[in-house]
Design a protein around this ligand. Sequence first.
Ligand code: F6P
Length: 533
Amino acid sequence: MGSLNAEWDALRQLEAQHSNRRILSLFDDPDRAAAFSARTGDMLFDYSKTNIDAGIRDALIDLAQAAGVSEKRDAMFSGAAINDTEGRAVLHTALRNLDGGAVLVDGQDVMPGVHDTLDRMRAYARQVRDSAITDVVNIGIGGSDLGPAMAYQALSPWADGPRCHFVSNVDGAHIADTLRGLDAGTTLVIVASKTFTTIETMTNARSARAWMDDQGGNPEAQFAALSTAADLTADFGIPPERVFGFEDWVGGRYSMWGPIGLSLMIAIGPEAFDAFLRGGQAMDRHFQAATFEENLPVLLALTGVWHAQVCGHASRAVLPYDQRLARLPDYFQQLEMESNGKRVQMDGTPVVVDSGPVVWGAAGTNGQHAFYQLIHQGTRVIPCEFMIAAQGHESDLAHHHQLLVANCLAQSEALMRGRSIDEARARMAEKGLTGDELERQAQHRVFEGNRPSVTLAYPQLDPFTLGQIVALYEHRVFVEGVILGINSFDQWGVELGKELATSLQPVVEGTASADGKDGSTAALVGFIHRHSD
Ligand code: F6P
């Protein structure tokens, strides 16, 4: 990939040229909403409430083409080792390639293994669903937790199997509160860890096994493992028939489509899980086939690049107006920030633009009563990504959903439209205020507006749609990473903290001296020791 300086410069010039333009003015064009929306299946992506016009869109597409997005996309799907700091392919897409062709890694078709594991998962899920098991405890963290935990909540209307619980934090409170009240005799523990070495997960797994032993359960029969490390799962004592393996070309934060999704499959059943896979596959096919002008992952990525790397907005909010997607922002935090929070490009040279943005958010309407004040009247612009279903699942509560929809669309409109000082003055005059007090109070009621947002809309949240949404965001992350020139599939940034924690553990335990530690760390360890029994 050559330098993208010309493409970045063109975008910066367009940003400077239009930085004061009111987004609302773009709707003088009656076709704007249609011209700045795209569809795949029943899903609609509306990016018209942004400052992106045809010229800016063309310049963004030029950037994507110059960055080699098409070629890199094809390389990913073909099994090339694009994760080149770890020398691995990136093939989470193979896990949902249900009726596609061969996928070769080092000359070997990986699809027979994928189908075999999926068949084993289906058989085991059916076995558990038909058994006396009442509760499943998934022990994992990061990509071995966030995806299944999010999807279990998202698809609760389909959850007709055992109750699922998710333990991730090494804080003893997490496993204690989770196991409290469970019957060890009817609980299945799934140890989910790609490496089977993550200290939080292995610590929790050992404590869960001790609990099951103490409480009359049978760990020999009530533990399963999801991992690439078959040797370590055997060492832990889990028999091969309850180990569901996957390959290192499935990244942790991209892994819920395979064995890491076992708890979800047990909860909603293999048929609904297949629908989830089909949704992901549909988005894959759209991503591979659609022109950039009609390509939802590309367009979502380009709005992200426009706002983060060109306009300089340091964060973006994911605001699903769906209580069952309340955990989606947490899931996207790892997917996006662990993928694109990088400082150097593939060749080791520093990135030439900012790395990926801070991604955060919460379900609507709750966020409106927490942080929307800042989004509307703070000094920083925070691009928002709204999500809304046309209808909910509770047909007897349809009026609730209509309120939800009205609030979602209203927030997007309010962010764009704002409220002028004249409009604020008029409202204060209606309250009977006059003179300086009217002017002072009016200033507090001004909304600058012109704050960009995009909206993803779909008929209803079901397994297929969730699969589309997750794959959409996986591919938007991929496209942004290609444009930044980084490796979105390693995570070296998590290593230093882990190493220091390992060296600090004996100091905290009191079996090693704090000598050599900085004064703050040593003093904090001293405080902990003085206040510990
Ligand atoms: O956060 C670092 C990380 O390696 C993530 O990428 C991964 O999802 C998580 O830890 C858990 O790793 P494992 O599944 O190997 O336990």
